[in-house]
Ligand binder design. Structure first.
Ligand SMILES: Nc1ncnc2c1ncn2[C@@H]1O[C@H](COP(=O)(O)OP(=O)(O)OP(=O)(O)O)[C@@H](O)[C@H]1O
Ligand SMILES: [Mg+2]
Length: 439
């Protein structure tokens, strides 16, 4: 028996088998049937070919039918959802999806150009990741804002340290995953390593950091009985994840990359392989995939904002794909997310370039202090919160000179005091932070 084949292969195999099948039927009509029938081996061969053909036909017809997302499995007092594998051929019929796909590709290409033309893109990625991290923590319900996330650990009030740590984990997870991509493919292993970093520390330590879950989980609802959705049984997580991996790396499956990552995100959230952090890891997979495929040079696209702003539609669309066996709505949502987010990213980058120009021009007015001010602003693009000690260190100047420089930068509207107290004063590069807040 042949293995299950889909799409083009099934078609080819069917064509080949239909040829041999018609030979037999021609044989029947020519009176050869008895010859085949009377020979034991011939009889066996006849039925073997017949069954083969039936099997291939059924497989092919199944393929032509609508996509089946999976099935519910009765587990006693609840039903878990067992998704079908995604490593298979996919058809694209909706012109609406194709049109959005072409728009999304175009916008993403434009966004990618910026990583080439902005001289110090590394400085900006950190801010994007920070924004994503702050955003993500908001989805999770924590309250740390961007300014607080930028502070050093010691400057964070004790009751906010767990929130702060979660955000730093997020940044570190992204950075480490990017570094790992240089020597490892985007794989289950890389995903687990990323999860391990994301969930290290106080909050995540009981959530099996770096390990797939070993029990049943559920989404929405206080208990499994009133859950909105119950992911697959935990024993099937490794093979479902390896199916995603195969799909990501398959050369035989022709499907546009943006739709592939849309499917990967959908399937990842459906599997819900971890006890916690599935949303964050699932969202991180998007820039990681885009970079690993060379679509983006640097990880500068984060859909977190979009998903947070349309959270209930996001959840509904995941459910719709599953329940109606229809991926098109999900594809459209995801592509609109890419289009909107890319456009916003482009605007932010444009604004950053403009601000940079303005700041450079203003600094020139400082005369002999311009060189030191330049050192400070370069630092501020990476860490837009400073105090007098740090300024004195970065510029290599005394504390009194540092205070004078701060004053000058305040007058130029580059720094703004944010603590409002005499001791432990912190200064923010507010115009820069606001660009990320409003984008
Ligand atoms: N009906 C659903 N089907 C599949 N996945 C869902 C559904 N509803 C929510 N999700 C996914 O589950 C994620 C939440 O899962 P989990 O708590 O493990 O992740 P998290 O990273 O801790 O949280 P968050 O995404 O809120 O930051 C959501 O972000 C979303 O991606
Ligand atoms: Mg969670």
């Amino acid at each position: 028996m042949p293995g299950i084949t889909y799409g083009e292969n099934a078609e080819k195999e069917m064509e080949e088998s239909v040829d041999s099948k018609s030979e037999i039927w021609i044989g029947v009509f020519e009176g050869q049937w008895f010859r085949n029938f009377s020979q034991e081996s011939g009889l066996f061969k006849f039925f073997e070919i017949f069954l083969n053909n039936m099997y291939i036909c059924l497989t092919y017809c199944e393929q032509m039918k609508q996509f089946k997302s999976g099935q519910y499995i009765n587990q006693g007092y609840y039903k878990s959802f067992q998704p079908t594998f995604i490593h298979r051929q996919w058809n694209l019929e909706s012109m609406e999806v194709i049109q959005l796909l072409s728009q999304a590709d175009r916008e993403l290409g434009r966004l990618d150009m910026y990583s080439k033309y902005i001289p110090n893109v590394e400085l900006f990625i950190r801010m994007h990741v920070l924004k994503e991290a702050t955003q993500s923590s908001k989805i999770e319900g924590t309250q740390t804002n961007m300014e607080e996330a930028l502070l050093e650990r010691e400057d964070i009030p004790l009751n906010k340290r767990d929130d702060w740590e979660e955000i730093q984990n997020y940044i570190k997870a992204m950075e480490t995953a990017m570094a790992m991509l240089e020597r490892l493919p985007l794989s289950s292993r890389l995903i687990r390593e990323t999860h391990k970093i994301l969930l290290q520390g106080v909050r995540g330590k009981n959530k099996l950091p770096g390990e797939f879950r070993k029990s049943q989980n559920w989404i929405g609802g206080a208990s499994i009985q009133d859950a909105m959705f119950i992911p697959p049984v935990h024993t099937s997580v490794p093979e479902l994840m390896s199916d995603i991996e195969k799909f990501i790396h398959s050369d035989e499956i022709y499907f546009p990359d943006l739709l592939k990552i849309a499917l990967v995100h959908y399937q990842f959230e459906t599997i819900h392989p971890f006890l916690d952090g599935n949303g964050r890891v699932g969202r991180l997979l998007i820039p990681l995939y885009l970079v690993s495929k060379g679509i983006l040079k640097r990880p500068i696209l984060y859909l977190s904002d979009f998903m947070e702003n349309h959270r209930s539609t996001y959840y509904d669309n995941l459910m719709y794909a599953r329940e109606k066996n229809d991926m098109n709505q999900w594809f459209k949502f995801f592509l609109v997310g890419i289009i909107e987010t890319s456009k916003k990213g482009i605007t932010t980058f444009d604004n950053i370039l403009q601000l940079q120009k303005q700041v450079d021009a203003n600094i020139q007015r400082l005369g002999s202090r311009a060189a030191n001010a330049h050192k400070i602003t370069n630092y501020l693009y990476q860490r837009p919160l400073v105090n007098a000690e740090r300024i004195s260190k970065i510029a290599g100047i005394s504390m009194p000179s540092s205070y004078k420089l701060i004053l000058a930068l305040e007058e130029l509207n580059i720094l703004k005091e944010i603590t409002g107290s005499q001791r432990g004063r912190m200064y923010a590069f507010e115009n820069y932070i606001n660009l990320f807040k409003s984008s």
